[in-house]
Design a protein around this ligand. Structure first.
Ligand SMILES: NC(=O)c1ccc[n+]([C@@H]2O[C@H](COP(=O)([O-])OP(=O)(O)OC[C@H]3O[C@@H](n4cnc5c(N)ncnc54)[C@H](O)[C@@H]3O)[C@@H](O)[C@H]2O)c1
Ligand SMILES: [Zn+2]
Length: 365
């Protein structure tokens, strides 16, 4: 992992994802959206929910300022935006505007908006440019980077989609000022995940000032976000689809997804992932790979920012059944990412059911 720390004195940090696109990170950096779009664009469709219209204003102004023809499309807020109906509505808008290959989509919002708008951009004319402007911490460090786009269907979440790389990603940290603390904290779970799988400095920075880490303007918040994006960027640049390396990003997600599903998606994703990481750490210890000190560090780091590390009252049998059905566990064998140490993820395939039961027991109280 490269060290972005030396660059934080500047207004904008640029993290390159392979040779494909840039992620610009900083405070008040909306003027950079034009550069990310690239030359030759004539029309832009800015996709955002009405609830976030004010966050789209600086972006829209920048685009109009350089003479682009800018249209705005309102989509529903939250997960309900990720449907075939909403995607079809956007396709209709693009058709009405006679959108061509040289026009572009800009997505302003959380991961639901970047997933939806990315998918629509991937499919219109088999692909028009999209710039993501994520406004949640989860979307900045995860959803907007890596090229996965998609929508939900009656059959399940994210079952329809495309790998489609954006033209660029703009993370204006000022947008996080209005994000509820609980959502910021949930996003921190993915930041901490990046720390455990690849960049221990992230863990040091959270430990140095846990309360600061839960604030959008905390002393280390920008560096934490830059480091987490750098981890994801380096992984996805080497692994564009879903083979082993990219799988390390699923640390904590096998049980996390099962918890989310068992609870009907009423819990924040990051909270489920925090529980899942604690479970994965316990599983790593049960399988003889991880020391108890690192297991305890999972608990201390996650709980210091207010994330859950236990799952009292859950049914192991139910979660096991859900995990066996999970598309990510592929085939008959259950598959987990566990650590052999900080920054040393490995795959654990078909673990002993006794280890799973013991690890679950350890997070049940
Ligand atoms: N493509 C990927 O690789 C990937 C990775 C992780 C998650 N995801 C997807 O991301 C989605 C979750 O993203 P999310 O957590 O950002 O949820 P979200 O998009 O639903 O946003 C959560 C809520 O926060 C509000 N909000 C957003 N920005 C705000 C701001 N700056 N101030 C105040 N309120 C704001 C939204 O209006 C919404 O109500 C899921 O659909 C998930 O599948 C995709
Ligand atoms: Zn996640």
């Amino acid at each position: 992992v490269s060290d972005p720390a030396g660059r934080t004195g500047t207004r904008a940090t640029v993290i390159r994802v392979g040779d494909a696109y840039d992620v610009v990170v900083g405070h008040g950096v909306s003027d950079r959206v034009v550069g990310l779009l690239g030359p030759g664009v004539r029309q832009v469709l800015v996709v955002r929910p009405d609830a976030l219209a004010s966050l789209a204003v600086p972006v829209v102004e920048q685009l109009r300022g350089v003479g682009l023809e800018v249209h705005e499309a309102a989509v529903p807020d939250n997960e309900v935006a990720k449907t075939a109906e909403v995607a079809a509505g956007l396709w209709a808008t693009l058709g009405r505007l006679a959108f061509t290959r040289s026009d572009a989509v800009v997505a302003v919002g959380g991961g639901t908006v970047t997933d939806l708008a990315g998918f629509v951009a991937a499919t219109w004319l088999r692909g028009v440019a999209v710039v993501h402007v994520p406004t949640t911490l989860l979307a900045m460090v995860d959803a907007a980077v890596g090229g996965k786009t998609g929508i939900n269907t009656a059959e399940g979440k994210n079952l329809v989609g495309a790998f489609y790389e954006p033209a660029g990603v703009l993370c204006d940290l000022d947008a996080l000022a209005t994000l509820p603390t609980a959502d910021l904290v949930a996003g921190l779970a993915e930041v901490v995940k990046a720390g455990f799988i690849a960049d221990p400095v992230i863990l040091d920075l959270v430990e140095a000032d846990p309360a600061g880490a839960t604030r959008w303007d905390g002393p280390h918040t920008r560096e934490l976000i830059e480091r987490a994006i750098t981890v994801k960027a380096e992984v996805v640049a080497q692994d564009l689809t879903e083979s082993w390396l990219r799988e390390i990003l699923n640390y904590g997600h096998t049980l996390g997804h099962a918890v989310e599903q068992a609870e009907g998606y009423r819990r924040r994703h990051g909270e489920a992932v925090a529980i899942g990481m604690t479970f994965a750490a316990e599983l790593g210890a049960r399988s003889g790979r991880l020391g108890v000190d690192v297991v305890e560090r999972h608990r201390s780091v996650l709980s210091s920012v207010g994330l859950p590390t236990s799952y009292p009252g859950g049914s192991f049998e139910q979660l096991l059944a859900v995990m066996r059905r999970d598309k990510k566990s592929r085939g008959a064998l259950l598959r987990f990412v566990v650590l052999e140490g900080i920054g040393r993820p490995v795959r654990l395939e078909g673990p002993d059911e006794a280890w799973l039961r013991d690890a679950f027991e350890a997070i049940s109280t």
